[in-house]
Write a protein of this length. Structure first.
Length: 124
């Protein structure tokens, strides 16, 4: 497939969604009247069912996952702190050479330092 096909397909899908939505909201057209009569009463139930099924799926995934692979909020926070350089690497997280497995993406300036380099003075 050409590289333009997928973006064009997504764009056409968006246009189709907007056109159908506009026709659904038009209460004077036959399609709009049908949607109001048949679909509107089901939307509250469908929304509730969607959220309940999503919650049930997450609970099921949590219960099926082995305990050592589950992780938790503390693991997410710890990984984030390591990624931005706020927490030092633990001994088990280092490569054999002793260097951290990944460098922090930026360095936080210390006291008296500026984040931007100071331009050199202009010479006459």
């Amino acid at each position: 497939m050409a590289s333009w096909f997928v973006p064009a397909l997504i764009g056409a899908l968006f246009v189709a969604i907007f056109v159908v939505r506009r026709k659904m909201k038009d209460s004077e057209s036959p399609f709009g009247l049908w949607c109001v009569k048949h679909l509107k009463p089901l939307m509250a139930k469908a929304t509730t069912a969607f959220f309940i099924l999503t919650l049930a799926a997450w609970i099921l995934i949590f219960l099926v996952t082995p305990k050592e692979e589950r992780g938790g909020f503390q693991d997410v926070v710890r990984d984030f702190q390591k990624a931005i350089g706020l927490k030092t690497e633990e001994a088990g997280d280092q490569t054999p050479s002793g260097k951290p497995s990944f460098p922090p993406p930026f360095r936080i300036p210390g006291p008296g330092e500026t984040a931007k380099p100071i331009p050199a003075p202009k010479t006459p």
